[in-house]
Design a protein around this ligand. Structure first.
Ligand SMILES: Nc1ncnc2c1ncn2[C@@H]1O[C@H](COP(=O)(O)OP(=O)(O)OP(=O)(O)O)[C@@H](O)[C@H]1O
Ligand SMILES: Nc1nc2c(ncn2[C@@H]2O[C@H](COP(=O)(O)O)[C@@H](O)[C@H]2O)c(=O)[nH]1
Length: 200
Protein backbone atom coordinates (compact mmCIF):
# COMPACT_ATOMS: atom_id res chain seq x y z
CA UNK A 1 0.00 0.00 0.00
CA UNK A 2 1.51 3.38 -0.93
CA UNK A 3 2.45 5.55 2.00
CA UNK A 4 1.45 9.20 2.21
CA UNK A 5 4.34 11.62 1.62
CA UNK A 6 5.82 12.66 4.92
CA UNK A 7 6.37 16.27 5.94
CA UNK A 8 10.01 17.05 6.69
CA UNK A 9 11.03 17.13 10.36
CA UNK A 10 10.87 20.72 11.62
CA UNK A 11 14.32 22.33 11.57
CA UNK A 12 16.05 24.06 14.42
CA UNK A 13 15.66 27.68 15.40
CA UNK A 14 18.93 29.54 16.07
CA UNK A 15 19.02 32.77 18.09
CA UNK A 16 21.89 35.25 17.82
CA UNK A 17 22.08 37.65 20.72
CA UNK A 18 24.66 39.95 22.27
CA UNK A 19 25.12 43.53 23.45
CA UNK A 20 24.27 46.51 21.28
CA UNK A 21 27.19 47.38 19.02
CA UNK A 22 28.92 43.99 19.23
CA UNK A 23 28.30 43.43 15.52
CA UNK A 24 25.28 41.10 15.30
CA UNK A 25 23.86 42.88 12.26
CA UNK A 26 27.27 43.06 10.60
CA UNK A 27 27.95 39.35 11.09
CA UNK A 28 24.46 38.37 9.89
CA UNK A 29 24.88 40.58 6.80
CA UNK A 30 28.19 38.84 6.04
CA UNK A 31 26.52 35.42 6.40
CA UNK A 32 23.74 36.48 4.02
CA UNK A 33 26.20 38.00 1.54
CA UNK A 34 27.94 34.65 1.30
CA UNK A 35 24.88 32.43 1.73
CA UNK A 36 21.78 34.27 0.43
CA UNK A 37 19.69 31.18 1.19
CA UNK A 38 20.11 31.71 4.96
CA UNK A 39 16.72 32.84 6.27
CA UNK A 40 16.63 35.59 8.87
CA UNK A 41 13.43 36.75 10.58
CA UNK A 42 12.41 40.40 10.08
CA UNK A 43 11.32 41.82 13.44
CA UNK A 44 8.66 44.39 14.20
CA UNK A 45 9.72 47.43 16.19
CA UNK A 46 8.28 50.66 17.50
CA UNK A 47 11.70 52.32 17.13
CA UNK A 48 12.07 54.94 14.43
CA UNK A 49 13.98 53.90 11.33
CA UNK A 50 17.64 54.95 11.16
CA UNK A 51 18.98 56.57 8.03
CA UNK A 52 19.29 53.84 5.39
CA UNK A 53 16.94 51.38 7.09
CA UNK A 54 14.17 50.08 4.85
CA UNK A 55 10.70 49.10 6.12
CA UNK A 56 10.13 45.38 5.57
CA UNK A 57 13.85 44.70 5.06
CA UNK A 58 15.64 45.76 8.24
CA UNK A 59 12.48 45.86 10.37
CA UNK A 60 8.74 46.22 10.03
CA UNK A 61 8.38 49.67 11.60
CA UNK A 62 5.05 49.88 13.45
CA UNK A 63 3.35 52.26 15.86
CA UNK A 64 2.37 51.38 19.45
CA UNK A 65 -1.20 50.50 18.49
CA UNK A 66 -0.05 48.01 15.86
CA UNK A 67 2.45 46.46 18.27
CA UNK A 68 -0.30 46.15 20.92
CA UNK A 69 -2.51 44.44 18.34
CA UNK A 70 0.21 41.90 17.48
CA UNK A 71 0.75 41.11 21.16
CA UNK A 72 -3.00 40.79 21.82
CA UNK A 73 -3.55 38.37 18.95
CA UNK A 74 -0.51 36.27 19.99
CA UNK A 75 1.21 37.10 16.71
CA UNK A 76 4.69 37.35 18.21
CA UNK A 77 6.95 34.42 19.06
CA UNK A 78 8.66 36.66 21.61
CA UNK A 79 8.87 40.37 22.31
CA UNK A 80 10.64 42.74 24.66
CA UNK A 81 11.01 46.36 25.58
CA UNK A 82 14.59 47.48 25.03
CA UNK A 83 15.99 50.97 25.69
CA UNK A 84 12.55 52.60 25.39
CA UNK A 85 11.26 50.78 22.31
CA UNK A 86 9.53 47.46 21.70
CA UNK A 87 10.79 44.71 19.43
CA UNK A 88 9.22 41.37 18.51
CA UNK A 89 9.49 38.37 16.20
CA UNK A 90 6.44 37.69 13.99
CA UNK A 91 5.53 34.08 14.80
CA UNK A 92 3.93 32.86 11.55
CA UNK A 93 6.91 33.29 9.16
CA UNK A 94 9.24 31.49 11.61
CA UNK A 95 6.83 28.57 12.05
CA UNK A 96 6.30 28.31 8.29
CA UNK A 97 10.05 28.34 7.63
CA UNK A 98 10.85 25.68 10.26
CA UNK A 99 8.00 23.49 9.01
CA UNK A 100 9.78 23.19 5.65
CA UNK A 101 12.73 21.56 7.43
CA UNK A 102 15.05 24.53 6.84
CA UNK A 103 16.79 26.43 9.66
CA UNK A 104 15.80 29.92 10.74
CA UNK A 105 17.84 32.65 12.44
CA UNK A 106 16.63 35.34 14.85
CA UNK A 107 18.78 38.33 15.82
CA UNK A 108 17.28 39.47 19.12
CA UNK A 109 18.19 40.76 22.58
CA UNK A 110 18.51 38.81 25.85
CA UNK A 111 14.91 38.90 27.15
CA UNK A 112 13.68 37.58 23.81
CA UNK A 113 16.35 34.86 23.75
CA UNK A 114 15.14 33.71 27.17
CA UNK A 115 11.53 33.60 25.95
CA UNK A 116 12.54 31.50 22.93
CA UNK A 117 14.38 29.07 25.21
CA UNK A 118 11.34 28.79 27.47
CA UNK A 119 9.06 28.01 24.50
CA UNK A 120 11.45 25.79 22.53
CA UNK A 121 14.00 23.75 24.47
CA UNK A 122 15.57 22.62 21.18
CA UNK A 123 16.42 26.14 20.03
CA UNK A 124 20.12 26.92 19.75
CA UNK A 125 21.20 30.08 21.58
CA UNK A 126 24.36 31.79 20.32
CA UNK A 127 25.92 34.75 22.14
CA UNK A 128 28.08 37.16 20.16
CA UNK A 129 30.69 38.66 22.49
CA UNK A 130 33.01 41.64 21.96
CA UNK A 131 36.79 41.17 22.24
CA UNK A 132 36.74 43.71 25.12
CA UNK A 133 34.51 46.28 26.81
CA UNK A 134 36.58 49.13 25.34
CA UNK A 135 36.08 47.73 21.83
CA UNK A 136 32.32 47.44 22.40
CA UNK A 137 32.12 51.11 23.47
CA UNK A 138 34.21 52.16 20.52
CA UNK A 139 32.04 50.23 18.02
CA UNK A 140 28.81 51.65 19.40
CA UNK A 141 30.22 55.20 19.33
CA UNK A 142 31.79 54.64 15.91
CA UNK A 143 28.48 53.53 14.39
CA UNK A 144 27.17 56.99 15.24
CA UNK A 145 23.50 56.01 15.02
CA UNK A 146 22.56 57.04 18.57
CA UNK A 147 23.34 60.16 20.58
CA UNK A 148 25.73 59.72 23.56
CA UNK A 149 22.88 59.46 26.12
CA UNK A 150 21.30 56.58 24.20
CA UNK A 151 24.69 54.92 23.81
CA UNK A 152 25.09 55.09 27.62
CA UNK A 153 21.64 53.53 28.08
CA UNK A 154 22.55 50.71 25.71
CA UNK A 155 25.92 50.18 27.43
CA UNK A 156 24.20 49.88 30.83
CA UNK A 157 22.01 47.10 29.38
CA UNK A 158 25.11 45.57 27.76
CA UNK A 159 26.70 44.97 31.18
CA UNK A 160 23.77 42.75 32.20
CA UNK A 161 23.77 41.03 28.80
CA UNK A 162 27.48 40.15 29.11
CA UNK A 163 26.81 38.72 32.58
CA UNK A 164 24.22 36.39 31.00
CA UNK A 165 26.55 34.89 28.37
CA UNK A 166 26.72 31.66 30.37
CA UNK A 167 23.02 31.00 29.64
CA UNK A 168 23.81 30.50 25.95
CA UNK A 169 24.78 27.25 24.24
CA UNK A 170 27.72 28.79 22.37
CA UNK A 171 29.75 32.01 22.67
CA UNK A 172 31.28 33.40 19.47
CA UNK A 173 33.79 36.26 19.87
CA UNK A 174 33.41 38.88 17.14
CA UNK A 175 37.04 39.90 16.79
CA UNK A 176 36.89 39.29 13.05
CA UNK A 177 33.67 39.50 11.02
CA UNK A 178 34.59 36.81 8.47
CA UNK A 179 35.61 34.31 11.16
CA UNK A 180 32.54 35.00 13.31
CA UNK A 181 30.34 34.57 10.21
CA UNK A 182 32.04 31.22 9.47
CA UNK A 183 31.31 30.05 13.02
CA UNK A 184 27.68 31.13 12.78
CA UNK A 185 27.22 29.33 9.45
CA UNK A 186 28.58 26.09 10.86
CA UNK A 187 26.28 26.41 13.89
CA UNK A 188 23.25 26.95 11.64
CA UNK A 189 24.11 23.80 9.73
CA UNK A 190 24.79 21.68 12.83
CA UNK A 191 22.10 19.09 13.55
CA UNK A 192 20.09 19.53 16.72
CA UNK A 193 21.09 17.27 19.63
CA UNK A 194 17.37 16.36 19.82
CA UNK A 195 17.42 14.90 16.30
CA UNK A 196 20.83 13.20 16.70
CA UNK A 197 19.93 11.87 20.14
CA UNK A 198 23.14 13.37 21.61
CA UNK A 199 22.95 14.30 25.29
CA UNK A 200 22.72 17.99 26.22
N1 LIG B 1 34.59 42.46 14.02
C1 LIG B 1 34.43 43.78 13.94
N2 LIG B 1 35.52 44.59 13.99
C2 LIG B 1 35.38 45.94 13.95
N3 LIG B 1 34.19 46.60 13.84
C3 LIG B 1 33.08 45.83 13.79
C4 LIG B 1 33.13 44.40 13.83
N4 LIG B 1 31.87 43.94 13.77
C5 LIG B 1 31.06 45.02 13.67
N5 LIG B 1 31.79 46.15 13.69
C6 LIG B 1 31.26 47.54 13.65
O1 LIG B 1 30.62 47.77 14.90
C7 LIG B 1 29.48 48.63 14.73
C8 LIG B 1 28.25 47.97 15.34
O2 LIG B 1 27.91 46.84 14.55
P1 LIG B 1 26.40 46.38 14.38
O3 LIG B 1 25.54 47.55 14.05
O4 LIG B 1 26.43 45.24 13.44
O5 LIG B 1 26.08 45.90 15.86
P2 LIG B 1 24.79 45.22 16.48
O6 LIG B 1 25.25 44.21 17.46
O7 LIG B 1 23.91 44.74 15.38
O8 LIG B 1 24.11 46.43 17.23
P3 LIG B 1 22.59 46.67 17.71
O9 LIG B 1 22.23 45.56 18.62
O10 LIG B 1 22.67 48.00 18.40
O11 LIG B 1 21.73 46.73 16.48
C9 LIG B 1 29.35 48.90 13.23
O12 LIG B 1 29.88 50.18 12.94
C10 LIG B 1 30.19 47.78 12.59
O13 LIG B 1 30.75 48.18 11.37
N1 LIG C 1 13.56 40.64 21.76
C1 LIG C 1 13.80 41.11 20.54
N2 LIG C 1 14.88 41.87 20.31
C2 LIG C 1 15.10 42.31 19.08
C3 LIG C 1 14.26 42.00 18.01
N3 LIG C 1 14.74 42.59 16.89
C4 LIG C 1 15.87 43.23 17.25
N4 LIG C 1 16.10 43.06 18.56
C5 LIG C 1 17.22 43.55 19.37
O1 LIG C 1 16.94 44.84 19.85
C6 LIG C 1 18.18 45.47 20.17
C7 LIG C 1 18.20 46.86 19.60
O2 LIG C 1 18.13 46.82 18.18
P1 LIG C 1 18.43 48.13 17.32
O3 LIG C 1 18.13 47.74 15.90
O4 LIG C 1 17.56 49.22 17.85
O5 LIG C 1 19.90 48.43 17.51
C8 LIG C 1 19.28 44.59 19.55
O6 LIG C 1 19.85 43.82 20.62
C9 LIG C 1 18.52 43.69 18.62
O7 LIG C 1 19.14 42.43 18.42
C10 LIG C 1 13.13 41.18 18.27
O8 LIG C 1 12.32 40.84 17.41
N5 LIG C 1 12.94 40.77 19.54
Amino acid sequence: MPTAPRSPAPARLTVLSGPSGVGKGTVVAEVRRRYPEVWVSVSVTTRRARAGEVDGVHYHFVDDAEFDRLVAEDGLLEWAEYAGNRYGTPAAPVRERLATGAPALLEIELQGARQVRARDAGAQLVFLAPPSWAELKSRLAGRGSEPPAVQERRLAIAQAELDAAGEFDVVVVNDDVARAADELVSLLAAPSSETTGASE
